[in-house]
Design a protein around this ligand. Sequence first.
Ligand SMILES: [Zn+2]
Length: 64
Amino acid sequence: MMHVACKDLGLESCPFVAEADKPRKVENMMLEHIRDEHPEMIAGITDTQHSALEHRIREHISAD
Ligand SMILES: [Zn+2]
């Protein structure tokens, strides 16, 4: 499985881990979680900043 954790993105107090069989799904799962649980992280950011966030998520996806 592929996974990425909120802790990987600097959200130390959040135990959430997005896990799926494809990186694309992990990324979407994490973006959905951020929208629901960490809306302050994406409130008012530009498209460029959003792309940077997506890139950061992809960078931290790992496999076990
Ligand atoms: Zn979280």
